[in-house]
Every structure is written in structure tokens, then in C-alpha cells.
Design a protein around this ligand. Structure first.
Ligand SMILES: Cc1cc2nc3c(=O)[nH]c(=O)nc-3n(C[C@H](O)[C@H](O)[C@H](O)COP(=O)(O)OP(=O)(O)OC[C@H]3O[C@@H](n4cnc5c(N)ncnc54)[C@H](O)[C@@H]3O)c2cc1C
Length: 193
């Protein structure tokens, strides 16, 4: 099929389903979302109800187990209809990805079921650390059983609406990027703003 690039049956099905969702749900709201500059909570609710927030997570942790390509096909369709709605979703998935890579089994079982309903943001960039990630200034210092994070981030999509943020901070500044860690932070934590 033209434009299908050897996609599997499942990937073609996901793309077709995403195209229908985009046409029916996202496109009719796009102009209004742009004009009002409001976060599209109704679209997030639609994502929740259709298990879309959990698309990339493995099935054993409550997700849909869709691969990266399927998720990208979905984002491509959604973005063509409403860039804001697609971006909110893509950045939720982006925030979930480090958790998939680095969490223990116990943490995954605890965290992923939450993320079918709650929103995550991904916070790496700082005013002086965009491409140059090694220059991150945010520090995380262990005090007793807790890490205390101090720093200032920017360009964090979903930051003002997310329930959790994956924040990159330096735990050991003497070893450059090897001294960076990612923290799963509840946005209701004291001092978070
Ligand atoms: C809409 C939007 C949403 C975003 N959402 C998030 C988010 O959710 N979370 C998050 O953490 N960040 C987010 N970002 C930040 C984004 O990831 C950064 O903008 C990106 O990392 C680049 O950083 P910078 O803007 O500081 O540019 P810089 O790093 O200052 O780069 C400026 C230019 O210089 C070039 N350049 C940099 N270094 C080199 C080099 N060594 N050699 C040659 N060229 C170089 C770059 O390619 C670029 O063209 C978002 C940005 C935008 C615009």
C-alpha cells in the first residue's frame, strides 16, 4: 500500500484508528484550543477513557504494550489534527520512558498503573542546559531518606498540569553527565513550583 512503509497489520490498524479519533475528537477542538490557550482537559479525559495514556507501557504493568513506532504513528495522526493535544500526549509518554528504562520491577508495578490516569512531564532542559545536558545545574542531595532537589527548569511541557514530573538533577557534579540522575517527583511535593 502506498505510504505504508512495510507497516505491520497492527501498526496499520493503530494508524487507521488514530486517524478516526483525530478526525472525530481532536480536529473539531483544535481551533478553539489555540484561540483560548487553555489546556485541553477534555482531550486528556478522552485519552484516559481509551487507555491511550498507557499505550507504550508493557501490558504486565497495565499498559497497552504498543511499540515506539505505533505510538509515533498515533502522534503523527493526532498532531495533524491538533498540535496541542498531540504534544500533551507525546510529552506524557516522554516522561514515562525513563521510568520504563530505569525503574525496578517493584517501582514499575507501583507507578505505571497510576500513569494510565495521571499526567507526567519530562524536565531536562534548563536556561543554560539545552543540548548541553552535562551543564545541568539542578542538584539533588541526599538528606536522611530523602533527596532534596534544588534548581530551575524551563521548556517543560505539561509542567503546570502534570501530577508527576521526571526531573533530571546532578547527584555527583564531579563526573559530568555520569553524575546525572532522574527523579520521579510528585508535583504536590513541598517546595515544587
Ligand atoms: C515546544 C517545546 C517543548 C519542549 N518541551 C520540553 C520538555 O517537555 N522537557 C524538556 O526537558 N525540554 C523541552 N524542550 C526543550 C528542548 O528539548 C530544547 O529546546 C533543546 O534541548 C535545545 O536546547 P536549547 O533550546 O537551549 O538550544 P541550544 O542547546 O542552545 O541550541 C541552539 C542551537 O545550537 C545548536 N547546537 C547546540 N550545541 C551544538 C554543538 N555542540 N554543535 C553544533 N550545534 C550545536 C542546536 O542544534 C541549536 O540549533 C522543549 C522545547 C520546545 C521548543
Amino acid at each position: 500500500m502506498a505510504g505504508s512503509y512495510n507497516l505491520s497489520e497492527e501498526q496499520l490498524m493503530i494508524r487507521a484508528m488514530a486517524r478516526d479519533m483525530a478526525k472525530d475528537k481532536l480536529a473539531p477542538r483544535a481551533a478553539e484550543i489555540d484561540a483560548k490557550g487553555e489546556f485541553p482537559w477534555d482531550i486528556v479525559q478522552f485519552y484516559r477513557e481509551n487507555q491511550i495514556l498507557g499505550m507504550p507501557f508493557p501490558v504486565e504493568y497495565g499498559g497497552q504494550g504498543a511499540g515506539a513506532l505505533s505510538c509515533n504513528l498515533m502522534i503523527e495522526e493526532f498532531a495533524a489534527a491538533c498540535s496541542n493535544s498531540a504534544h500533551a500526549l507525546a510529552d506524557h509518554w516522554l516522561g514515562c520512558h525513563p521510568l520504563e528504562i530505569a525503574c525496578s520491577e517493584e517501582q514499575k508495578k507501583m507507578i505505571f498503573p497510576l500513569l494510565n490516569k495521571k499526567l507526567v512531564a519530562f524536565s531536562l532542559t534548563e536556561p543554560e542546559a539545552g543540548s548541553d545536558v552535562g551543564n545541568i545545574q539542578t542538584r539533588a542531595v541526599l538528606k536522611g531518606d530523602n533527596y532534596i532537589l534544588n534548581g530551575r527548569k524551563c521548556f517543560c511541557t505539561n509542567a503546570n498540569v502534570a501530577d508527576y514530573v521526571v526531573i533530571f538533577a546532578k547527584t555527583d557534579p564531579s563526573v559530568g553527565t555520569r553524575g546525572l540522575s532522574a527523579f520521579f517527583v510528585d508535583t504536590k511535593s513541598p517546595g515544587f513550583r
